[in-house]
Design a binder for this molecule. Sequence first.
Ligand SMILES: [Zn+2]
Ligand SMILES: [Zn+2]
Length: 275
Amino acid sequence: MSLTPFACSVHTHSTLCDGKNTPEEMAAAAYAAGVKYFGISCHSHTPIPVDEGAVLPADMTAYRAEALRLREEYAGRMEVLLGIEWDSQSDIRPEGFDYWIGSVHYQRGTNDRYYAADWGEEHFIACRDDLFGGDALAVAEGYFTEAARTAAMKPTVLGHIDLIVKLNAGNKFFDEEAPRYKRAALDALHAADAGETLLEINTGGMARGYRTTPYPALFLLKEWRAMGGEIILTSDAHSADTILYGYEQAAELAKAAGFDRSVLLTMDGPAACPL
Ligand SMILES: [Zn+2]
Ligand SMILES: [Zn+2]
């Protein structure tokens, strides 16, 4: 049987960070959905006070043990990979994992406050007004500067590269067609190594009702294709019922950008499969 992108779901959260279901429940749901390569990728520890309890503790011993326990439980039926979604403000190093997803969720202000990109309009507005003199496009530029820094670290997967549009449906805060916006987003993409990093097509914003299309935007995917990059489909699942959420739409977006294959993460490394 040939594999499809539906065989792989490696951007998943659980009750060990901010997810709704336990790792056990997430693994069971993945297996029931036909997943062959299931990855656990809780949020890495950050020094940000509001993250306490919503991200892993700095000591990840229990986290690692739970992933390895599930690996044993599913041995021969489904590969369980130990990953992490590493936040750009994290105070741990993304080492010792089967893979890591490099993501930006915050901008750190010169005032030492952290401004979330995806937590609610009040955070966006505070970031715009406190740090950028009311210039919403500058918020996006600041976000992409952080994304470029993360991309340059060569993560296995570059996470939701344009998350900053999450709260911007209908161009509510800034124009996603503005040259300044596109330049900043493309600069972040160009900081990635297309031979080392997979770009994810992430349906998490759709599953949670913020967006009607996956991340990233089509122009970024087309550019990634031109750069010779490969993609991976992910759901950023925070609950057991969204393990493969929106994969059909993600595959359509990939095809629209010219891709005819995506990549699965396996214990033997990345493996391409047709879309
Ligand atoms: Zn994320
Ligand atoms: Zn995530």
